[in-house]
Design a protein. Structure first.
Length: 190
């Protein structure tokens, strides 16, 4: 079983990546293969609504880094999307990724249906809930099974790099979410 995590933060090594790595550590310890892709050093253009993907199933005319990431996402059993909150919403990088990947997938034969999915959101002060719902709605429209935590929603607080490590409840919530995903992966494998 494999889980692909995608960080939508425009900066490497920040709070979003720290939280995602916490989740991936739990998954690795359960025997799950994991991979983290950061959009910080990737070029993902926004969707231009040309409908190329409707005439060329699974493909997009825009030549950037999306195709390779989408391929890995298709191969994974579970997907984690993480983003910091920027202006009350997911980052532009994450939004462009979701728009393109989602639109391409909607032209295919339900490629993400019943895959496990989870969101990780971090912000300094507010916007967590709306941003979490953006990610949940992406998963939902693709027929993915959303995994949560029994502690709280998959959110944490932090601004400067590393601040999130001081949010003990946030860390515990992310680890619990990852334990739930590991349990589901193990039980779905049977």
């Amino acid at each position: 079983m494999k889980v692909l995590a995608i960080s939508g933060s425009p900066r490497r090594g920040g709070n979003t990546e720290i939280l995602i790595r916490k989740a991936l550590d739990v998954l690795k310890n359960s025997g799950t293969e994991t991979e983290l892709i950061s959009l910080a050093d990737k070029k993902i253009e926004p969707c231009d609504a040309c409908r190329y993907c409707r005439k060329n199933t699974g493909k997009c005319h825009i030549q950037d880094d999306l195709a390779g990431i989408l391929e890995k996402m298709l191969e994974a059993d579970g997907v984690i999307l993480g983003t910091p909150v920027y202006m009350g919403s997911a980052t532009a990088q994450m939004k462009a990724f979701m728009d393109r990947a989602g639109y391409i997938a909607r032209g295919m034969e339900k490629p993400f249906a019943r895959k496990l999915a989870g969101a990780v959101v971090v912000a300094r002060r507010a916007g967590h809930n709306f941003t979490l719902m953006q990610l949940f709605q992406f998963f939902s429209v693709l027929g993915m099974i959303i995994v949560g935590s029994a502690c709280y929603w998959n959110i944490a607080f932090g601004r400067d790099k590393g601040d999130v490590t001081g949010d003990e409840e946030g860390i515990r919530t992310i680890e619990d979410f990852a334990e739930n995903m590991a349990w589901l992966l193990k039980n779905l494998k049977r």
